[in-house]
Design a protein around this ligand. Structure first.
Ligand code: HMG
Ligand code: MG
Length: 302
């Protein structure tokens, strides 16, 4: 097996993780979470999104959170921007990277960002151009790359088609997202391979929600074809308000435990990461949704 020697973990807990929380999470807690995540050695953190506060009230404090973070050199702070209005607001917060997010299924595109796939490209194109002009790195995300809550199974060709559109408007890196966690290893490899027809291995990452308990297996399947960048969420937080029933991203702690056990280097300290996960889980008054965190916290207590 030819596995990558190094993996980059992109921590999406503050954004994907918290966007789905019903109870308001104060900006100060979000800022403290980002501080603890960067202290664990994570080098890329998806902080917030500049979307409509009517659609996602939890992200309404985007500018306040971005302004409150004490930035560390070498850490990249990213934000979601669905349109020019969001990008212009985000620009004031000086993100290192922006994310335009589309969907491989028409129905999800409409539910999530209120437009068709073709219309989303018309909205993203000027955002991508403006970001590139401002020297900001542009990532794209492709939702429903395996299955859609409204349309069912999504064929790899549709993922490839969207990846081609994203490439065409200048997106520099693309995430293949299993939004509702229905992917299994071979299906996920097919979605990634369809994407790899348009982007190089260094430009592709996996974003796997763990609704059906497949995300760790899917991560390994992605590693086996050379993918070495993954979005993960501390304490397994997360979900999309427009994908009912979908639970959080694969827990960063679980992925890190697996990678450490395989001798794959990430630069992240598991103990400090577990502390960050415990911090936000305590605030939310629940246990971390991570098997590795639970086991290691039990071990500490014992
Ligand atoms: P729209 O209604 O089509 O937008 O929404 P519009 O341009 O027609 O404007 C309507 C109103 O929204 C106006 O306000 C605008 O000012 C406002 P009003 O005049 O009614 O008071 N507006 C905005 N306000 C703040 N920031 C903006 C913005 N744009 C318009 N950027 C829009 C389109 C995309 C804004 C909306 O559909 C939206 O906000 N959707 C939320 C999408 C979202 O955050 N989804 C979750 C994140 S994606 C995800 O989780 C998936 C991912 O993790 C990968 C995976 O797992 O699949 C990335
Ligand atoms: Mg997601």
């Amino acid at each position: 097996m030819n596995l990558p020697p190094h993996v980059k973990l992109v921590e999406v807990g503050p954004r994907d993780g918290l966007q789905n929380e019903k109870q308001p999470v104060p900006a100060a807690i979000k800022i403290e979470l980002v501080h603890r995540l960067q202290a664990s050695g994570l080098k890329e953190i998806e902080v917030t999104s500049f979307v409509s506060p009517k659609w996602v009230p939890q992200m309404a404090d985007n500018a306040e959170v971005m302004a409150g973070i004490v930035r560390w050199p070498g850490v990249r702070y990213s934000v979601l921007t669905p349109n020019l209005q969001g990008f212009e607001a985000a620009l004031k917060s000086k993100p290192d990277e922006i994310v335009v997010f589309g969907a491989a299924s028409q129905a999800f595109s409409r539910k999530n960002i209120n437009c068709s796939i073709a219309e989303s490209m018309e909205r993203f194109a000027p955002v991508v151009q403006a970001a590139l002009d401002a020297g900001i790195f542009v990532r794209g995300a492709m939702s429903c790359a395996v299955g859609c809550p409204y349309e069912g199974e999504v064929a790899p060709e549709r993922v490839g088609y969207l990846a081609g559109l994203m490439k065409g408007i200048g997106v520099q890196h693309i995430g293949v997202a299993d939004t509702i966690g229905v992917g299994t290893p071979i299906k996920v490899q097919r979605a990634l391979e369809a994407t790899l027809k348009h982007f190089s291995l260094d430009q592709v990452s996996g974003h796997f929600h763990d609704t059906y308990g497949q995300a760790l297996a899917n991560t390994l399947a992605a590693l086996q074809i050379g993918v070495w960048q993954f979005d993960t969420s501390v304490a397994g937080l997360g979900g999309c308000p427009f994908a009912k029933g979908a639970t959080g991203n694969v827990a960063t702690e679980d992925v890190l435990f697996m990678l450490e056990g395989m001798g794959i280097e990430t630069g992240v300290d598991l103990d400090k990461l577990i502390d960050a996960g415990k911090f936000i889980s305590d605030f939310l008054q629940r246990k971390p949704n991570s098997r590795a965190a639970t086991a290691l916290l039990n071990k500490r207590a014992g």
